[in-house]
Design a protein around this ligand. Sequence first.
Ligand SMILES: NC(=O)c1ccc[n+]([C@@H]2O[C@H](COP(=O)([O-])OP(=O)(O)OC[C@H]3O[C@@H](n4cnc5c(N)ncnc54)[C@H](O)[C@@H]3O)[C@@H](O)[C@H]2O)c1
Ligand SMILES: O=C(O)CC[C@H](O)C(=O)O
Length: 331
Amino acid sequence: MDMPMRVTVTGAAGQIAYCLLPFLARGDVFGTDQPIELVLLDIEEAQTSLRGVVMELEDGAYPLVSVIHCTSNVSEAFVDCDVAVLLGAFPRKLGMERRDLLLQNAAIFKEQGEAIHKYAKRSVRVLVVGNPANTNAAVLAHFASAIDKKQITALSRLDQNRATSFIANELKVSPSVVKNVFVWGNHSNTQYPDLFHAVTNRGPLPDWLRDENFLREKFIPIIQERGAAVIKARKLSSAMSAANAVADHLRDWFAGTQDVVNMVVCSDGSYGIRKGIFFSFPCYCYGNGTFEIVPHFPWDAFGDPYIQRTKQELYKEWDQAFATLLPKSSL
Ligand SMILES: NC(=O)c1ccc[n+]([C@@H]2O[C@H](COP(=O)([O-])OP(=O)(O)OC[C@H]3O[C@@H](n4cnc5c(N)ncnc54)[C@H](O)[C@@H]3O)[C@@H](O)[C@H]2O)c1
Ligand SMILES: O=C(O)CC[C@H](O)C(=O)O
């Protein structure tokens, strides 16, 4: 057995955490030889509910979980942290716009970035899930300046899984044989799900799945609006599929994979995206929390307006978030 890994989950009394914690506890993410110490952070008002979650974890009798620690103290939550899974944020409810969340949630990621900067291990890996995930990750990276930005990612795997499942359903094949579905940009309804390089085990996608009208009128809007459709149906934002995507993202980031996967990462200027912007790119994962943005897979002329739109949305979110979080003199 390896040394325990200290995994901090924020928003631990929330609905994504409720679906995610069993994956972590069973070894489905970090491996069945990897013990974990769970540190569960939520706000003071959620501590009673969090205690119920801990009771259920205890009742799971998971051999890999060596310690469970609950707290509402942000500093305490990140002491010696190896992996931080940041779910804690207010989700969008029916009738709310994403921009309503931006300022409220950015303040949470400033505070958590500062705590990670001070208390986490320098090797910590951070996954931001709370929305608006890309901009929250950018805020966190700014305030956790001791941490290499390549150690901070946000979630676009749910969008990849949605797009992959959609194509598999259309072709009546298993999602496991659909590869190279790319998701560019913001985890929002401006994202660009891109089938230009997608293949199945039978080869390239058939022409009708690459038809521009089909892409423009059906595939792209369905994937872009899928989160909103789930909110409309459940009156709550996605949780089971989000937790599954978090598990996929972390497993591939830590164990490595032969497949190209999509992650929101800090742009190094790749594909002309401004440095520092957290943007969903197709990535190679080499294991142990390392990755590389896939080079040489540009979008075509059809994709370009979508990329411009999602890029502009992210630049605007950046300006809005940092205008309130930073003193005017440093902007
Ligand atoms: N990136 C994605 O693909 C994706 C997918 C689904 C949901 N989300 C987002 O994930 C977030 C969590 O969703 P959920 O459905 O679990 O929401 P939820 O409301 O069920 O749970 C959120 C939890 O966060 C806690 N919280 C609030 N402020 C906090 C703080 N400052 N510190 C610690 N905890 C805090 C709340 O008390 C609550 O327990 C939302 O922002 C949602 O929009 C992202
Ligand atoms: O608030 C939203 O529109 C989406 C919530 C969540 O990120 C999802 O994709 O299901």
